[in-house]
Design a binder for this molecule. Sequence first.
Ligand SMILES: [Zn+2]
Ligand SMILES: [Zn+2]
Length: 335
Amino acid sequence: MASIKTCVTCTETVTVPCRSCGDVNYCSWECETADKVSHQLLCSTFKTPEVQQRPADGMCRVLFFPKDDDKPRVIWLKVVDDYFGLKPDMDDIMDGRTYRPEEIDENPLTGVKLDHRIHLCYVDDFASYGKINMAVVETANRMCKPWMGPILAYCGKVSEDEEGNDFVGEMMDMDMTDYSTVSQYFIAARRDFAERAKVVGPKVQAVKVLCDGEREANDCLRLQPFTAPRFHPQFHTEGHVSTISTLVGMPLKLTKWKDTRELNPRNDFIGLKGPGYIPVQDSNTGTVLIFREDLAPLKVGTVDVFRSFCEHAMDRALDEMTAQKWNEFLTARVG
Ligand SMILES: [Zn+2]
Ligand SMILES: [Zn+2]
C-alpha cells in the first residue's frame, strides 16, 4: 500500500515492479533475489480472482500463516468493530484462543515508515502448540525464531481518539508489499543482537570473483562489485574463511556463487593462491562471492591488493602476517 514506490528491501526509490504480480517494487536484481524465496510463495496466487475480488462488502484481505501448512495464504475475512477499533473477525482462525497483535509501523530492516499499520496477531501462549509454524519459516527463508500456532496479519489506517489513544479507523487490504514487510519483520525479530546485526543494517558491499568461463563469456573484469541487503541468501550460505585474512584482522568469507553458469568452473584468481583464499589446492571453484565476515564494506581494489599480499606473504613467516603489515601493504598499493 506504499504510495511512494520505494524498493521493498532497501530505501532506494528508482524501482521496477515484479514482472509477474506487478505488486511489489525492487531497485535491483540483488534486492529482488534477497526477497525471492518469500515472494514466490504468493506471487502467482496473488493475481487470481479469489485474491483480487472482494467477496462482499465489509470484508478485508489478510495474510494467514496456518499452524499446519508450509505456505502462507491470502484470505478475506469479515470486518468487525470492537472497543479498540476495526479488525477482522478472527475468533475461529485463532482457534478461539486469546491473541495479541504486534504493531508494525515501519519496515524493520530499512526503517522506512509505513503510511499504515500492520497488525501481526498470534495466540498468547503459542508455545503450547509445540510445533513450529512452517508457513512462517518458509516466508522468512529459514531466518527466524520458532513461531508457533496460527498467525494472522491485517492492516489499517490508524487514528487517534480524544484521549490520544490509537485505534484503527479504516481497514486496508494486505498486498504483496505488506507481505514482504511481514516477511522482513519475521527475519528481523530475532532474539540476540549478534544475529540481528547480520540482517538489520545497511546493504553489504561485497566482491564477486568470476570463474574463467563466466569472465570470458561476458568479456569483463574478473572482480565485480556486488551490493545487496544483509538478508540476501548468499550471505547466509556455507563458505571458507581465508586463513591469511584472519591473521591480518580482516576475515574474508568466500561462498560459492549459487547461480553460476559453470561454463568453465576454473577460477585462477581464487584457486591457485593457496592459503590466502581457499585452504585446498583446488582450482575448480567456480564463481565466488567474497565479503567481510563482519559485513563491513569490501572494495574490489582491496581484494585485488589482498591477492598480491597473499603471494607476497606465502614465502614469509606467519608472524609477518599482521594487521600492521597488511595496512602498510594496502596503503603502499592504493596510495
Ligand atoms: Zn533495493
Ligand atoms: Zn510478484
